[in-house]
Design a protein around this ligand. Sequence first.
Ligand SMILES: [Zn+2]
Ligand SMILES: [Zn+2]
Length: 245
Amino acid sequence: MKFSAYIRNLFFPPRCAICGKMLGIASGSPLCIDCQYELSKESARLCKGCGLDQSSCTCLLPVLKPEGFLFHVKLYGYSATDRRSPANRLVYKMKSSQRSELYDDLACKLEKNVLSAVTTECSARSLTPVITYVPRSRSSVAKYGFDQAELLARALSRRLSIPTVIAVKRKHLTDAEMKSLNAAGRFTAGANAFEVNSRCGVGKNTLLIIVDDVITSGASVYWTAKTASSLGVTDFAVVSVAKTY
Ligand SMILES: [Zn+2]
Ligand SMILES: [Zn+2]
């Protein structure tokens, strides 16, 4: 821990980013021991596809496989129906917290497996990695003042020295409108949710790594990739904090 951070903690004691419990002033984590323990159980949850735990599994949702996606690195299993599940609470808190320690901590946990998968795929296919993110709706960014997927993308970008670009932008659908649709409806609606940023500088031979906080139906990531494919990009990857099981 940096001395400046230690001094700041003396005056502004840090609290757990999930439950709000007071942390020790020398705490190197933005999460309390209890929340870390609960999350570790979600990380240890075995993938039915590959048999590995969530933080080692790179399996893709079936809907993404035919679209040029090469891997999905994630940290935790996520129960969309259990609001008390630790990964659910973490994702929910991310929407209203822009604490850099939280995003740095998550990027740090993702770093090793992202780097390993990126290195393998980029050397096998002669691709250049570039990071982007699923943009929040304008109303959501206006409400919270930031975009949590962008913060995670940029934290990962700093750690991996891979540039972040804004490959796509959100059009008119709000997050509330997206959420109100069922999974099948979301896929149809997503077709009109994004527009490409033609000046972002990515194209053929790019591995476009799409970052989001949580992957449930995969619709937002799917349409982000579909939209970016008009730039000539054919290879994609997903990185998220959580994935629905
Ligand atoms: Zn906690
Ligand atoms: Zn797996």
